[in-house]
Design a protein around this ligand. Sequence first.
Ligand code: ATP
Length: 304
Amino acid sequence: MDYVLTVDSLSKHYKQFKALSDLTMRVPKGAIYGLIGKNGAGKTTLIRLICALQRPTGGSYALYGIPYDDAKIAQARRRMGAVVETASVYLNMTARENLKAQYRVLGLASFQGIDEILELVGLAHTGNKKAKDFSLGMRQRLGIAVALTGNPDFLVLDEPINGLDPQGIVEIRELVLRLNREKRITVLISSHYLDELSRLATHYGFIDKGRVIEEISAEALESACRKCMRVEVSDMKAFERVMDEMKLEYKTVDATTADVFAKVNITRFVTALSRAGCEVLSLQQRDESLESYYMNIVGGERHA
Ligand code: ATP
């Protein structure tokens, strides 16, 4: 498989504190790679390192197969665009002026392509409006537009939906999908909004305490997120006793609700509970969510 980014045993220490330790990951060409982790897991640190905003303490990474400390890395970096933390745009400029400024920074010979980028990110009709009067979502899309100058085929987005309203989130999602599908841009996107990432990602890297603890394709994840049955019961203690007796795997959701991870005969199941004095108030089939899969691998509670 072709990889746009490979990271091997990367570490970043701040004095004694290990923000990243031994982090290894692979971003396949053409992927939308969702980097998922809680606040403080190390997402921004990783992204800052691969964007050369900081130097690693140890380990290495390569872009398009070129190690980060190789003289040819500058060439590979030109194929990469990034929005790290907040979109870096000039607030006193219009969308078009921002793109022109970035074209100048990159030393591009003409302003060709600006209209196409503005159209792509949905800012073609913003005219004389300055970025300071944009909504947060528009600013975020302008940040992405700036990152798209120079025609990168790898886009890195650090928490792009943070603070956005539902419509802003949908717009970013649709833009990322369009860039990936129509422009064939590989995307690395970090977030702690699991459900949102699950609408986009073709691959996932779960990051916790500075390490990628699991990498999995969306396809493999879908089959790993097992079907379960959500039950609402009148007596959780009795329910737990019966589940243990029947050796059924379950996870308590709240005082009256639990997920059961097994294919069961419903009549037997309800009868056994009823005999123990526990009524089944409701019962529905559902997929284990990405969130509970994640909680599982980072050490959530589950009774087996
Ligand atoms: P968030 O979603 O909150 O931004 P994150 O996953 O992006 O979280 P990072 O910003 O990468 O996490 O931070 C990882 C850890 O490294 C945190 O505990 C943070 O406090 C610490 N850290 C980051 N930068 C520094 C620094 N310059 N000096 C000391 N510690 C730092």
